[in-house]
Design a protein around this ligand. Structure first.
Ligand SMILES: O=C(O)C1=C[C@@H](OP(=O)(O)O)[C@@H](O)[C@H](O)C1
Ligand SMILES: C=C(OP(=O)(O)O)C(=O)O
Length: 439
């Protein structure tokens, strides 16, 4: 997907200002395509993220029999095949850079009488798949994976599959969703027990499509039950803006002196909005206006103004609600007054890159004081002063590293060169022009 690297420099910026929108939520976009492809009839999706990760999901749903089309006005139409109706794909499903596509689609295939081969780019091929192989095997799927439970892998589904009760050993919405999606075409009740809550887009949308799904709190754990052999009814879905994309202009506004930026129409689902809570704890001036509901999800317009941030100990229990937003929080911490301690972040080591190591390396290269721990970072910030900059950053096929280091460059004495901005197209097409628009 990324033919040649696209290096780009980000230089010290004057105040950022204006009102912008970011593309649609990536997690919700994947789920909207998958559930529409399993409904009987025509669904319509507005605001779908047209990033490479989501387009990989769209291509996979097509390869398994759904009709997935983009209209001239940017609306997507999906004619679903019905739960149980997925067809055997004729060739390998190329998941590109997308962990969410891979793990959720493995769940779908697991309870259909088909097999599929999953491949991905160099980054995705390093990421662990045993976390989904284990529960899906318990349900009856047969998986042949590359060493260490990695891609490429071949998964043969079982139909009817075996319903299970599965307690998540890692806080992962992808694993939760893989089991729930497998449960859709499994007779009886499939149960996922979630000791630590993670993003709940799958639960919300499955209910929206008419699945029989319940969530109960038992002894502080979430018990999610889905009744299988469901019939999903087609929907009209509007995807809100992605809070993990909004994080970049928001942090840019907080660290570039004199800035005031509004990002409109951003999802603020509490299972996703931890970053904004943490930034406020650090003293950030952030306001949520016009709270409303879009597509079954809470949404607001977020305004952020340049702020003097203070270092804090970030509560580890907030990590799942901001798991993709740590790279840009590390940047905020690098400009805060005093020390920020961020721990309990082992999961960051198995994302598109090892985000603890990659960000420690990148921030040090531009002059920040960073101590790397096995499960996080300790950062001593500048108190708002610019960092030296003047380095080239290895973004390691990781969109969030590329965008975070670009934001850091906006408050550095010397430009920061990101070695390759092309991965940004996975989640945030138009990132660079959006930053330019605010300048
Ligand atoms: O379910 C999802 O859409 C996602 C879950 C998270 O992954 P994990 O489940 O691995 O934490 C997150 O990092 C990813 O960007 C999207
Ligand atoms: C981890 C991410 O995505 P995925 O797991 O879908 O590759 C991300 O977008 O930060």
């Amino acid at each position: 997907m990324h033919a040649s690297p696209r290096p780009l420099s980000f230089a010290r910026s004057g105040p950022l200002s204006g009102a912008v929108r970011v593309p649609g939520d990536k997690s919700i976009s994947h789920r909207a395509l998958m559930l529409s492809a399993l409904a009987v009839g025509e669904s319509r999706i507005d605001g779908l993220l047209e990033g490479e990760d989501v387009l990989a999901t769209a291509a996979a749903m097509r390869a398994m029999g759904a009709t997935v089309e983009r209209d001239a006005d940017g609306r997507w139409t999906v004619f679903g095949v019905g739960v149980g109706g997925l067809l055997q794909p004729e060739s390998a499903l190329d998941m590109g850079n997308s962990g969410t596509s891979t793990r959720l689609l493995m769940g779908l295939v697991a309870s259909h009488p088909i097999s599929a081969t999953f491949t991905g780019d160099a980054s995705l091929s390093r990421r662990p798949m045993n976390r989904v192989i284990e529960p899906l095997s318990l349900m009856g799927a047969d998986v042949t994976a590359s060493p260490g439970g990695r891609l490429p892998l071949m998964l043969r589904g079982l139909c009817p599959a075996v319903p299970i009760a599965y307690r998540l050993p890692v806080a992962s919405a992808q694993v939760k969703s893989a089991v729930l999606l497998a449960g859709l075409n499994t007779p009886g009740i499939t149960r996922v027990i979630e000791p630590v809550p993670t993003r709940d887009h799958s639960e919300r949308m499955l209910k929206g499509f008419g699945a029989d799904l319940t969530v109960e709190l038992e002894n502080g754990e979430r018990h999610i039950r889905i009744r299988g052999e469901a019939e999903l009814k087609p929907q009209r879905i509007t995807v809100p803006g992605d809070p993990s994309s909004a994080a970049f202009p928001v942090v840019a506004a907080l660290v570039v002196p004199g800035s005031a930026v509004t990002v409109e129409n951003v999802g603020i689902n509490p299972t996703r909005a931890g970053l904004y809570e943490v930034l406020r704890m650090m003293g950030a001036e952030i306001a949520f206006a016009n709270p409303r509901e879009v597509g079954g999800e809470p949404v607001a317009d977020i305004t952020a103004c340049f702020s003097t941030l203070s270092g804090i100990d970030v509560p580890p229990e907030l990590a799942p609600s901001m798991i993709d937003d740590f790279p840009v929080l590390f940047v905020a911490a690098a400009f805060a007054q005093g020390r920020t301690v961020m721990r309990g972040l082992e999961e960051l080591r198995v994302k598109e890159s090892d985000r603890i190591a990659t960000m420690a390396e990148g921030l040090r290269a531009i002059g920040a004081q960073v101590e790397e721990l096995s499960d996080g970072l300790i950062i001593d910030g500048t108190g708002g002063d610019p960092l030296p900059g003047g380095a080239t950053i290895a973004s390691r096929l990781d969109h969030r590293i590329a965008m975070s280091m670009a934001v850091a460059g906006l408050n550095c004495h010397q430009p920061v060169q990101v070695d390759d901005m092309s991965p940004v197209a996975t989640s945030f097409p138009g990132f660079t022009s959006l930053i330019e628009q605010l300048q």
